[in-house]
Design a protein around this ligand. Structure first.
Ligand code: SF4
Length: 367
């Protein structure tokens, strides 16, 4: 039942230091009040009450016991949040712009349905993005095949290609995924489109440029509703429950949830609505003791350092060199090692540090 790896699901959970990590992949990235309530109830009944929003716009429950996992699956199935099997769950890896209009929702629904019945055996991290808003907002988020808005309708773009081809339906996306496999893009269940493109393999077809990307979204009011940010991407069960009673929810890969159509939100615990909140500068994985690989506690340390982060900069505190919380360069990264924290400037958690083996007490002075 238990699978180790970096893309757990609900049917294929991952063991961690605090129990099983169970990842739920809501269809279309949307949750209604009943589904959000079911996830909140499940986190309280079967987990350790920790609900995390992932970098792929999924929700994951932590601290689930092996004994409680079957009951959790029953609850998720009753709420329409479970796939028929682990293979479908792995393949139905579709991220949707939170600013979706009915056309984008229909595109996502058709793509998810096609993936469910397809026989493609894609790497577990291989994913799709439906990003057909006025300008793409998911370009920097992980996806291998992107559906975006082009000059005269949706276009299909392989990640790392500057342009795409006209998109007429989900079969086009599946054909591009097949092309990826046919070109040798996957080996031993691993492989990403960007790596294949960088090796010089280029899909054929007329080149259509997507609309220019939109600026990064900030918490607060938007035309589609209110974006609420979550410290370290975590939301308490009761906050999730109460938020979903106010508006239908759309999940983002940015540690933010869109309360769709909302004009205002009450001050719910753990929600960040002020774009100037210093906690928005922080990235930190669960660290010790939640993750078995962690070499130090991370989140309390990050909170204590927040006032020292220069305006506009990002501080990433990572429990080990894997850098799960922020697999990109950050202005400042502190990576826990057996000998203390390494400081990396403008790099990723595994990059070469400028200072090594720092004790937590030294960090305020160094930053
Ligand atoms: S970065 Fe390391 S310590 Fe943090 S969650 Fe990932 S594996 Fe665990």
């Amino acid at each position: 039942m238990t699978v180790r790896g970096w893309c757990p699901g609900a049917l294929a959970p991952m063991e961690s230091g605090d129990g099983l990590v169970v990842r739920v992949r809501p269809r279309g990235g949307r949750l209604d009040a009943a589904q959000a309530g079911a996830i909140a109830d499940a986190a309280e009944a079967h987990g350790n009450r920790v609900i995390e929003l992932t970098g792929r716009a999924n929700l994951q429950l932590r601290g689930v016991t092996t004994a409680g996992h079957p009951a959790l699956l029953m609850d998720l199935r009753a709420a329409g949040l479970l796939d028929v099997d682990a293979a479908v769950e792995r393949r139905r890896n579709v991220m949707v712009t939170p600013f979706a209009d009915p056309e984008a929702d229909a595109l996502a629904e058709a793509l998810e349905a096609a993936l469910e019945t397809s026989d493609l055996e894609l790497p577990s991290k291989f994913g799709f993005a439906v990003d057909t808003g006025a300008g793409p907002v998911l370009s920097e988020d992980p996806a291998d095949i992107r559906i975006e808005r082009g000059p005269a309708g949706p276009i299909l773009r392989a990640d790392r290609m500057e342009a795409g081809t006209a998109y007429s339906g989900p079969q086009d996306a599946l054909d591009l995924a097949r092309w990826f496999l046919g070109q040798g893009g996957a080996t031993n269940g691993r492989g990403r489109m960007r790596a294949l493109i960088l090796r010089g393999c280029v899909p054929c077809g007329t080149r259509l440029a997507p609309h220019p990307p939109a600026p990064p979204a900030a918490p607060g009011a938007h035309a589609s509703g209110i974006l609420a940010a979550l410290e370290f991407g975590q939301i308490a069960p009761d906050t999730l429950r109460r938020l979903a009673r106010l508006a239908p929810l759309r999940l983002t890969p940015w540690r933010m949830i869109l309360a769709s159509g909302a004009q205002a939100l009450p001050d719910l615990p753990g929600l960040i609505l002020d774009p100037a909140d210093p906690r928005l500068a922080l990235r930190a994985c669960p660290g010790a003791p939640a993750c078995a690989s962690a070499l130090a506690e991370t989140r309390n340390l990050a909170r204590s350092l927040a006032p020292l982060v220069p305006k506009g900069a990002v501080l990433h505190v990572s429990g080990c060199a894997k850098g799960c919380a922020w697999p990109r360069p950050a202005d400042l990264t502190l990576t826990a090692t057996a000998a203390g924290f390494d400081l990396i400037r403008h790099g990723r958690a595994a990059d070469a540090p400028t200072l090594r083996g720092l004790h937590p007490d030294q960090l305020p002075k160094v930053l």
